[in-house]
Design a binder for this molecule. Sequence first.
Ligand code: HEM
Length: 128
Amino acid sequence: MNARTIYEQIGGHEKIKELVDAFYNRVAKHPDLAPIFPDDLSETARKQTQFLTQFFGGPPLYMEEHGHPMLRRRHLDFPITPTRKDAWVSCMEAAIDQVDIAEPYRSVILERLTLTAQHMMNTPDDQQ
Ligand code: HEM
Protein backbone atom coordinates (compact mmCIF):
# COMPACT_ATOMS: atom_id res chain seq x y z
CA MET A 1 0.00 0.00 0.00
CA ASN A 2 1.27 3.48 -0.73
CA ALA A 3 0.74 6.65 1.29
CA ARG A 4 -2.77 7.37 0.01
CA THR A 5 -5.48 6.63 2.54
CA ILE A 6 -7.67 3.53 2.47
CA TYR A 7 -10.58 5.94 1.96
CA GLU A 8 -9.05 7.24 -1.27
CA GLN A 9 -7.81 3.86 -2.45
CA ILE A 10 -11.22 2.23 -2.35
CA GLY A 11 -13.04 5.10 -4.10
CA GLY A 12 -13.80 7.73 -1.45
CA HIS A 13 -17.27 8.96 -0.56
CA GLU A 14 -19.18 6.99 -3.22
CA LYS A 15 -17.71 3.66 -2.13
CA ILE A 16 -18.24 4.27 1.59
CA LYS A 17 -21.86 5.20 0.90
CA GLU A 18 -22.38 2.07 -1.20
CA LEU A 19 -20.82 -0.04 1.55
CA VAL A 20 -22.95 1.50 4.31
CA ASP A 21 -26.16 1.06 2.28
CA ALA A 22 -25.31 -2.58 1.53
CA PHE A 23 -24.48 -3.14 5.21
CA TYR A 24 -27.71 -1.67 6.68
CA ASN A 25 -29.86 -3.50 4.11
CA ARG A 26 -28.47 -6.67 5.65
CA VAL A 27 -28.76 -5.42 9.25
CA ALA A 28 -32.46 -4.60 8.65
CA LYS A 29 -33.10 -8.23 7.68
CA HIS A 30 -30.90 -9.92 10.27
CA PRO A 31 -32.90 -11.61 13.05
CA ASP A 32 -30.26 -10.93 15.74
CA LEU A 33 -29.64 -7.30 14.76
CA ALA A 34 -32.89 -5.79 13.47
CA PRO A 35 -34.60 -5.78 16.93
CA ILE A 36 -32.02 -3.44 18.49
CA PHE A 37 -31.88 -0.97 15.57
CA PRO A 38 -34.45 1.73 14.73
CA ASP A 39 -36.97 0.87 11.98
CA ASP A 40 -35.76 3.81 9.93
CA LEU A 41 -32.04 3.31 9.44
CA SER A 42 -31.40 6.46 7.41
CA GLU A 43 -29.96 8.51 10.29
CA THR A 44 -27.90 5.55 11.54
CA ALA A 45 -26.53 5.10 8.01
CA ARG A 46 -25.74 8.80 7.70
CA LYS A 47 -23.72 8.71 10.94
CA GLN A 48 -21.98 5.48 9.98
CA THR A 49 -20.98 7.01 6.62
CA GLN A 50 -19.45 9.94 8.50
CA PHE A 51 -17.70 7.62 10.93
CA LEU A 52 -16.24 5.18 8.38
CA THR A 53 -15.07 8.11 6.25
CA GLN A 54 -12.85 9.34 9.07
CA PHE A 55 -11.98 5.84 10.33
CA PHE A 56 -10.41 5.01 6.96
CA GLY A 57 -8.49 8.26 6.62
CA GLY A 58 -10.96 10.61 4.93
CA PRO A 59 -12.17 13.96 6.30
CA PRO A 60 -13.23 13.94 10.01
CA LEU A 61 -16.95 14.23 9.23
CA TYR A 62 -18.21 12.35 12.29
CA MET A 63 -16.08 14.37 14.71
CA GLU A 64 -17.14 17.67 13.13
CA GLU A 65 -20.82 16.99 13.79
CA HIS A 66 -20.86 14.74 16.88
CA GLY A 67 -17.55 15.28 18.69
CA HIS A 68 -15.31 12.45 19.85
CA PRO A 69 -16.78 9.10 18.71
CA MET A 70 -16.51 7.35 22.14
CA LEU A 71 -18.00 4.40 20.31
CA ARG A 72 -18.07 1.93 23.15
CA ARG A 73 -19.91 4.43 25.33
CA ARG A 74 -22.41 5.26 22.56
CA HIS A 75 -23.22 1.54 22.32
CA LEU A 76 -23.85 0.94 26.03
CA ASP A 77 -27.61 1.46 25.65
CA PHE A 78 -27.74 -1.57 23.37
CA PRO A 79 -27.12 -5.16 24.53
CA ILE A 80 -24.22 -6.17 22.28
CA THR A 81 -23.65 -9.87 22.81
CA PRO A 82 -21.02 -12.09 21.16
CA THR A 83 -23.81 -13.36 18.86
CA ARG A 84 -24.68 -9.82 17.79
CA LYS A 85 -20.99 -8.97 17.30
CA ASP A 86 -20.62 -11.97 14.98
CA ALA A 87 -23.80 -10.98 13.13
CA TRP A 88 -22.54 -7.40 12.69
CA VAL A 89 -19.19 -8.63 11.32
CA SER A 90 -20.87 -11.13 8.96
CA CYS A 91 -23.19 -8.41 7.56
CA MET A 92 -20.15 -6.19 7.07
CA GLU A 93 -18.13 -8.95 5.38
CA ALA A 94 -20.99 -9.69 2.97
CA ALA A 95 -21.42 -5.95 2.26
CA ILE A 96 -17.69 -5.53 1.54
CA ASP A 97 -17.92 -8.36 -0.98
CA GLN A 98 -21.16 -7.06 -2.46
CA VAL A 99 -19.58 -3.68 -3.28
CA ASP A 100 -16.39 -5.31 -4.60
CA ILE A 101 -13.70 -3.94 -2.32
CA ALA A 102 -10.53 -5.62 -3.57
CA GLU A 103 -7.53 -6.93 -1.66
CA PRO A 104 -5.48 -5.79 0.16
CA TYR A 105 -8.16 -3.32 1.32
CA ARG A 106 -10.80 -6.00 1.85
CA SER A 107 -8.73 -7.73 4.54
CA VAL A 108 -7.43 -4.55 6.15
CA ILE A 109 -10.92 -3.07 6.45
CA LEU A 110 -12.45 -6.28 7.75
CA GLU A 111 -9.71 -6.73 10.32
CA ARG A 112 -10.02 -3.19 11.68
CA LEU A 113 -13.80 -3.40 11.86
CA THR A 114 -13.69 -6.83 13.52
CA LEU A 115 -11.34 -5.52 16.22
CA THR A 116 -13.58 -2.50 16.79
CA ALA A 117 -16.67 -4.72 16.96
CA GLN A 118 -15.00 -6.88 19.62
CA HIS A 119 -14.46 -3.74 21.68
CA MET A 120 -18.21 -2.96 21.47
CA MET A 121 -19.42 -6.14 23.22
CA ASN A 122 -21.04 -5.30 26.57
CA THR A 123 -23.46 -8.17 27.38
CA PRO A 124 -23.01 -11.95 27.65
CA ASP A 125 -25.20 -14.07 25.36
CA ASP A 126 -27.22 -15.46 28.29
CA GLN A 127 -28.10 -12.01 29.73
CA GLN A 128 -29.59 -10.22 26.77
C1 HEM B 1 -24.84 3.11 16.34
C2 HEM B 1 -25.28 -1.64 17.09
C3 HEM B 1 -20.60 -2.25 16.10
C4 HEM B 1 -20.40 2.34 14.63
C5 HEM B 1 -25.33 1.87 16.67
C6 HEM B 1 -26.68 1.63 17.13
C7 HEM B 1 -26.81 0.32 17.34
C8 HEM B 1 -25.54 -0.31 17.01
C9 HEM B 1 -28.05 -0.42 17.84
C10 HEM B 1 -27.75 2.73 17.35
C11 HEM B 1 -28.48 2.98 16.07
C12 HEM B 1 -29.33 4.23 16.17
O1 HEM B 1 -30.03 4.41 17.18
O2 HEM B 1 -29.27 5.03 15.23
C13 HEM B 1 -24.05 -2.22 16.89
C14 HEM B 1 -23.76 -3.63 17.08
C15 HEM B 1 -22.44 -3.80 16.84
C16 HEM B 1 -21.90 -2.50 16.47
C17 HEM B 1 -24.75 -4.73 17.47
C18 HEM B 1 -21.69 -5.12 16.93
C19 HEM B 1 -20.49 -5.21 17.48
C20 HEM B 1 -20.15 -1.07 15.58
C21 HEM B 1 -18.84 -0.87 15.02
C22 HEM B 1 -18.79 0.43 14.61
C23 HEM B 1 -20.06 1.04 14.90
C24 HEM B 1 -17.76 -1.94 14.91
C25 HEM B 1 -17.67 1.19 13.94
C26 HEM B 1 -16.77 0.64 13.17
C27 HEM B 1 -21.56 2.96 14.99
C28 HEM B 1 -21.82 4.37 14.84
C29 HEM B 1 -23.10 4.61 15.34
C30 HEM B 1 -23.60 3.31 15.79
C31 HEM B 1 -20.87 5.41 14.26
C32 HEM B 1 -23.83 5.95 15.46
C33 HEM B 1 -23.47 6.55 16.82
C34 HEM B 1 -24.17 7.86 17.05
O3 HEM B 1 -25.35 7.86 17.47
O4 HEM B 1 -23.57 8.93 16.80
N1 HEM B 1 -24.67 0.69 16.60
N2 HEM B 1 -22.90 -1.57 16.52
N3 HEM B 1 -20.86 0.10 15.48
N4 HEM B 1 -22.64 2.35 15.56
FE1 HEM B 1 -22.78 0.40 16.06
